[in-house]
Write a protein that binds this ligand. Structure first.
Ligand SMILES: NC(=O)c1ccc[n+]([C@@H]2O[C@H](COP(=O)([O-])OP(=O)(O)OC[C@H]3O[C@@H](n4cnc5c(N)ncnc54)[C@H](O)[C@@H]3O)[C@@H](O)[C@H]2O)c1
Length: 349
């Protein structure tokens, strides 16, 4: 029987989507791609209540999941939900700039763990009060930077940490696509940059895409219109000496790639591949694909599984509020550098 009562606040696709289960293949249990699907797949979790300011989103959730949670309760005010329900897990899936108040209230509500969508917040002050509230109430706070629970990216981190190819010296991150926006999607890329660097960002120098000279603080509409959130090129220097380059460009074709420069190899990582490139004795390049393991719990289900495991057995979260704050610090540093004539902006403030 499920013994972790969950609620989801904000009910668009990342929160509520239900994967299709093809009837013509002998495979049961499609990979979850949302918070609801992750709670569905986790044997110890069940969604008891949901919230959205738009009643139609609540009705849609109840319709989509009626065979799984026929009695799920709907609220249009998150404060009423937090007051009325006895919750273990709270998912915060509202727009980027609307995570903080809800997370702070959830931390004070008696819930035991919060899974908040990325980025943690769009200001350092909001991130700080979310972290402070979670720590003050002894509540776990995990930020859903999805690739933290990706088999490919975790395998790549293992390769780097193994030291097999020497020390990591530099990281090149590329993100292209119509939605190559800094806060909306760059969040994921910069977070994985931090995961590979395994250090605190020390300073940044940056240049935004043309037309964003006015953009000195987060001014997006919640990540809907790419015209309200810039692409950027930036150099991030980490405290351990790792040099990281972030380059995003709004193009019709989409994709992300990381090149990890170690002493004796370059490791190429994308969402679908992991390749080690080395130079042989005669100067020729060799490319070796590295297989990765498959897991029962990845992505959002990985995040939920990790929270429940840490609640039961203790340990650190891979995408804690403090870890996610680094990404906000870098993104705001990018804006500040551009606005200051591409000046060097100190980070970890
Ligand atoms: N991890 C991922 O890959 C991924 C993918 C998509 C979106 N996201 C993140 O998920 C979040 C939601 O993104 P979105 O584009 O679906 O947002 P959105 O602007 O569509 O809003 C999500 C929902 O929140 C509701 N909402 C807004 N304010 C609310 C409040 N005070 N109380 C209750 N509900 C409220 C809205 O009505 C809407 O239904 C963002 O932080 C976004 O960055 C993450």
């Amino acid at each position: 029987m499920p013994n972790y009562a969950a609620a989801i606040i904000g009910l668009t696709g990342i929160a509520a989507r239900r994967p299709t289960e093809p009837g013509d293949v002998p495979l049961a249990g499609a990979m979850p791609g949302s918070h609801a699907a992750a709670y569905h797949r986790h044997p110890q979790a069940a969604v008891v209540a949901v919230c959205d300011v738009r009643p139609a989103m609540i009705a849609q959730f109840q319709q989509t999941w009626r065979d799984v949670w026929p009695e799920v309760r709907g609220y249009t005010d998150y404060r009423a939900l937090l007051a009325d329900e006895r919750l273990d897990l709270v998912s915060v899936c509202t727009p980027d700039h609307l995570h903080a108040d809800i997370t702070v209230a959830a931390a004070a509500s008696g819930a035991r763990a919060i899974l908040c969508e990325k980025p943690i917040a769009t200001t350092r002050a909001d991130a700080d009060r979310m972290i402070a509230a979670a720590e003050a109430h002894g509540v776990l706070l995990s930020i859903e930077h999805t690739r933290r629970w990706s088999p490919i990216y975790t395998r790549a981190q293992q390769l780097v940490r193994s030291g097999r190819y020497g020390a990591l010296r530099a990281i090149h991150c590329q993100m292209v696509g119509p939605r190559a926006m800094l806060f909306r999607n760059g969040t994921h890329v910069i977070d994985i940059m931090c995961a590979f660097a395994a250090s605190d960002p020390a300073w940044v120098i940056a240049d935004l895409e043309p037309g964003f000279d006015h953009y000195t603080a987060y001014q997006s509409d919640g990540g809907h219109d790419p015209a309200t959130d810039p692409a950027a090129s930036a150099y991030v220097h980490f405290a351990n000496g790792v040099r990281a380059f972030y380059h995003s460009m709004k193009t019709p074709f989409a994709g992300i790639q990381f090149d990890l420069f170690c002493d004796s190899a370059r490791i190429e990582v994308t969402d679908g591949s992991l390749v080690v490139v080395q130079v042989g004795d005669h100067g020729q390049w060799s490319r070796t694909s590295v297989p990765h393991d498959h897991y029962m719990a990845a992505y959002q289900l990985g995040a939920v599984s990790e929270l429940i495991r840490v609640l039961e057995h203790g340990g650190d979260l891979v995408s804690s509020g403090r870890e996610a704050r680094k990404t906000v610090d870098i993104m705001l540093g990018i804006l500040e550098s551009h606005a200051g004539g591409h000046r060097r902006v100190p980070l970890s403030q």
